[in-house]
Design a protein around this ligand. Structure first.
Ligand code: IMP
Length: 425
């Protein structure tokens, strides 16, 4: 039995798509366990760039079976679009993509509630992707959610949809002064998904456990990042699921004892989209330079990402709560032109210096990062594939991160393409 979890160790957008694609040849199954179309996993190969939102990034490897697990919230409209896009690129999905019966569905009212909820929060808004993720998980836990399996039974689907729409329309009208949604139109639209989605739907718990029993290798792909975890992230500025390694078991129905490895993906600096504390955030020209060099615009929403220095305190937190055993450090080349590179090694809170990530955002908002300033290498590392070919100072930067965290950096990404990667000795 062998499963490896791959998670984002920061606030998402670490480059998980590339690393999953890179590692896929070593795996038989790649499975997504949480989140939904809020994710944007970018994969570049053969001069082509493809952004996946719900389908696992292993799909470009024909021998790999891809699973969307029960922990994911599925937007059928976006999913069918994604399937069509892949098929148009010649990527076969039928017989290779499997969707859990138990995954919950994103409905049009979830997107609307996401939007009006954010509006109502005003300055306190989370800065969600607007994909209806939070409201869909709310319904799941309120036990009124509609699951993929419900699509397969028209009567059940209509009954659940009507009940939900009645309640949601009341909420929209009374609380948010919005027009009610058209029940019949939504029923018609979702009933039509039944046939389209049918070839993909299966009992993924059985599929995954069978695969484990047969000795197949599973890669469990997290979306977003550890610092957006609903418990361990910067609550309430988080997503509504568990991107951390623990989420892989509940989001797929595989036992913790099957997990043999945890890989963390982190950028060589830090970015964040949406609101919430970000201790090492830069402002002005410095922030803009990093954004431009790293092309830091959201893969799902196109929003400019907030940028800042590498924060080892938050990474230490991610290492601990996920049990990260190996790191993939991405976008090292983005730092190429810098004279000096500050790395945050502690937080100052008043008189106190700590390496413990605070549990509340009020504290996190007032921490002052303590930096160790490392010399830049001022030389291009773009596309370097050999560790020995990296400038000495770039190697020293990587070694500093690895020594501080006491986690080996196993991969270094020096560009968006698969081959622009260093496998470290
Ligand atoms: P939601 O997941 O759309 O509810 O958004 C909650 C928070 O998570 C917001 O700050 C989003 O910007 C952030 N977020 C959600 N998905 C991603 C992602 O894939 N990458 C980076 N941030 C994300």
């Amino acid at each position: 039995m062998s499963a490896t979890v791959l998670i984002g160790a920061q606030w998402g957008d670490e480059g998980k798509g590339k690393i999953v694609d890179l590692l896929s040849p070593q795996f038989d199954v790649v499975a997504r366990y949480q989140g939904g179309a809020n994710a944007g996993h970018t994969v570049c190969f053969g001069g082509r760039t493809v952004v996946l939102h719900q389908i696992p990034s292993g799909i470009f490897h024909p021998h790999v079976r891809c699973v969307i697990g029960n922990g994911v919230v599925i937007d059928p409209v976006a999913l069918l679009e994604e399937i069509r896009m892949l098929e148009s690129l010649g990527v076969r999905t039928v017989g290779r993509l499997f969707i859990s019966h138990m995954a919950h569905l994103i409905m049009p009212y979830h997107k609307l509630l996401d939007e009006v909820g954010e509006e109502a929060r005003g300055a306190e808004r989370v800065g969600t992707t607007g994909r209806g993720i939070g409201p869909a998980y709310v319904d799941k836990f309120a036990r009124v959610g509609i699951r993929v399996v419900d699509l397969l039974d028209r009567q059940v689907l209509c009954r659940k949809l009507r009940a939900n729409l009645e309640a949601k329309n009341e909420l929209l009208r009374r609380l948010y002064s919005r027009e009610p949604l058209d029940v019949e139109a939504i029923i018609e639209q979702y009933v039509a998904f039944d046939q389209m989605i049918d070839p993909y739907v299966t009992n993924t718990v059985e599929l995954l456990n069978d695969a484990l029993e047969q000795g197949q290798r599973l890669l469990l792909e997290g979306a977003q990042g550890a610092l957006l975890d609903v418990d361990f992230g910067t609550y309430p500025f988080v997503t509504a699921s568990h991107p951390t390694a623990g989420g892989a078991c509940t989001g797929l129905g595989i036992p913790p004892t099957a997990i043999r490895g945890v890989i963390g993906v982190a950028k060589a600096y830090t970015t964040r989209v949406g609101n919430g504390p970000f201790p090492t955030e830069l402002s002005g020209e410095e922030a803009e330079q990093l954004r431009l060099r790293g092309k830091e615009y959201g893969a799902t929403t196109g929003r400019p990402r907030r940028t800042g220095w590498l924060d080892l305190v938050s990474l230490r937190h991610a290492v601990r709560i996920n049990g990260i055993q190996e790191l993939a450090l991405t976008k090292l080349d983005v730092l190429d032109s810098l004279e000096e590179i500050p790395v945050c090694v502690a937080y100052r809170i008043g008189e106190k210096i700590t390496t413990v990530f605070p549990t509340d955002v009020q504290t996190l908002e007032r921490v002052e990062p303590v930096y160790e300033v490392l010399p830049g290498w001022k030389q291009s590392t773009a596309g370097v594939t050999d560790y020995g070919a990296l400038p000495e100072r770039a190697r020293a930067y990587v070694a500093f991160v690895s020594d501080w965290l006491r986690v080996p950096v196993r991969w270094i990404s020096t560009g968006p393409a698969r081959e622009q990667t260093i496998l470290c000795p």
